[in-house]
Every structure is written in C-alpha cells, then in structure tokens.
Design a protein around this ligand. Sequence first.
Ligand SMILES: *Cc1c(COP(=O)(O)O)cnc(C)c1O
Length: 402
Amino acid sequence: MTVQAIRAKGRDYLAIPGPSVIPDAVLQAMHRPAPNIYSGELVEMTHGMIPDLKRVAGTRHKAAIYISNGHGAWEAALANTIAPGDAVLAPVTGSFGHGWADVARGLGARVELLDFGKSSAIDPARVEAALREDRAHRIKAVLAVHVDTSSSVRNDIAALRRALDAAGHPALLMADCIASMGCDRFEMDAWGVDVSVTACQKGLMVPPGIAFVFFNDRAAAVRASLDRVSPYWDWTLRADPEIFYQHFGGTAPTHHLYGLRVALDMILGEGLDAVWARHERLARAIWAACEAWGRDGPLRLNVADAAQRSHAVTSLHLPSPHGTALRDWCDANLGLTLGIGLGMAAPGDPAWHGFFRLGHMGHVNGQMILGLLGGVETGMLALDIPHGTGAIAAAAGVIARG
Ligand SMILES: *Cc1c(COP(=O)(O)O)cnc(C)c1O
C-alpha cells in the first residue's frame, strides 16, 4: 500500500492561516433558503449580533460591517479618517503592514514607513521618536498590524498607545486584528486603540466575505471633520442605520450572518479568556515541537522571542527547497495542507521554497495540533530532512501539563 492511499478517506486539515477551519455548526447554519431581508429573523439576529461583535473586539464603541475581505476593512478604516495629503505612520513587521500602507498611498496619504524587518516586533521607542519629530502633527494615524500573518510576529499594541501618549501626539491608533481577533488577547478600549479592523475568515471561523471596523468617539470626530468620504465606505450609517439595509450599504450578507451568529455563540460560549488560553497552549505545543526538531536539523522558528510570537500562525524556515517539498508531501499524502511562506522571499527566488507556515487559528484543538505536528514529522521522515527527536512528546507535554 502506498502512503498516498492512506489519505483516501477521513478529514483533511487545511492548516493555513486563513481561511481557517469552518466548524460544521457554522456550515449547517448557512445551509438554508434565502431569508427575508426586510423584517423578521435576520433583522433581529443582526441587531443582537452587534453587541457580541463588540465584546469580541473589547470595545463599547461603534461597529461597522462590510461585505468584503480584510483589504476592504483596511480601506474602510482609512476612507473614514484620512484625507489626501495627510500623513500616516506605518510601523511594519512583515507583509501585511506594507499592504495597509499601500492602501493608504492609493487613497492619497503620505506614508512614513518604519520597517522592523521580518522576524521581530515593532519597537515602541522608535515609534515614539518618529512621533516626537512630527511637531506639526501632520501624522494623522499610526497603522499597526497586531499579528503579521506572514512573519507570525505579534506586536504589543498597548505599548504603541503608551508611545503615542508619551510623545503627546494626537494621531489615531489603528490596529489590524484580522489574524488575531478570536485567537490572541486583544482589548480595543483597554489598550487605547481608536480604530480596529478584522475579517470573518480567521479566528471568527466563517468563510471569507464579511469584515468589521470598530471605531471610538475620537475616530468618529475625525470622520465628521472630513470634507468628503466615499459613500460606500462611510461608516456612519453602517454603525447607526436608520433602515436595516444601511448596515451593509445594500443587501445583507444573509448566509454569512447566520454563520457568524453561530461562530459568535461558540466563541462567547467558550469564553474569550478560554479561547485565548486555548490558542496560547496549542501555540506553545507547536513551538516545543519545532524547537525539538531544530535541535538536530535545519528547521527554525521565524520569531526567536516567544513573547513576540502569534498564537494563531507560526512561520517556519527549512532550507530551500525543503519547505515547498514538505508542503507538497503533506498535502498529497496526508490530506494536510500547510501554508506557503508569504513575503519572506520573492516568488521566483529559489529561497522562496525555504519557508512555510502553520495555521492554528479558530476551530482547532489538541488532537488537530498533534495531527498537524505528526504530519510535519512524517513528511520530514519521508523526505529525509534531518530533524531532532522528541518533538511530538514535547508537544504532548505542553498539551497535557501546560
Ligand atoms: C488575512 C489578513 C489580511 C488580509 O485579509 P484579506 O481577507 O485577505 O483581504 C490583512 N491583514 C492581516 C493581518 C491578515 O492576516
């Protein structure tokens, strides 16, 4: 029997950092006839969902919903706060900060980039220094990615608020929580974030298609001061609609809302603290395995400092072409799909094949993570990639004992 024949049945695991594994209960909730969008269950359900979304984001302020992916949420946040010619400060720790900065440039903002490389977190002291230099307060917003999904760097957003305050700078603090909400602890109000953005297909466990912008009174005041905001992206009526359709700037994302309702029930039923603790424990199990493999082989975690690592995605390096070979092997033989390396090397550069990522966000538990790690080890065995022993036992120890 070939190894490949072993995957003929059973469940595959899409272990990429978004879209994440969709719970059956979410899929089942979406499998229904089209609902009435003018009155009844869908309208009631949506109204009930806004407070739950805010709880997940850690805010008592406003929530706007968009039928879009994360890129749309980026644009929505900027469209409501930035006028052409305004400056924004973008401290970047991987690919996604560059992506948000590109959207800002496209909307006419002047972007000041602070690049912290691909393996370490934002240094709040450098952000503070850049803000102190901006005596004229031309910088209107600081765009920070909480978890960079390409490098798996996790940034300290509360420390950025302290940097803004220490510099006495009035810029808005904006956080991209697309890869972290529902995975890593995030507390918008307590951390002093003015605008946060997320999308539904990562920690929120719903197929891609809806995105959220949360904003506080300071951000609302900036919106009110702008001469012109693109009507589709304007968050004003979306957050405070007079008529139901204004929540969405048009037809509601009917089936996504049913899926999201169930996903929010799952998250709040488990409890946010428990959700964050589960992701943290599973992430430490993954790191323990990776460290064991790396003791006698070339596999390396991209982020050396555990305090700067995401609990939802792990970026790894294996010398080219082992990264791609391992992904291909696991996919073909085990039904286990690992994430490609993103932004660590240019596509076409042979070094590109030396990176891959593990997605462990949302609907994941201990047996899935042990299966994921067992799969990676099996792939390294099959491909003769040297690796240290004891990785699975190390992960099991973290899962069993913390
Ligand atoms: C996935 C992701 C995005 C982009 O989201 P899309 O839905 O692909 O547009 C942006 N930022 C972060 C941190 C992400 O993880």
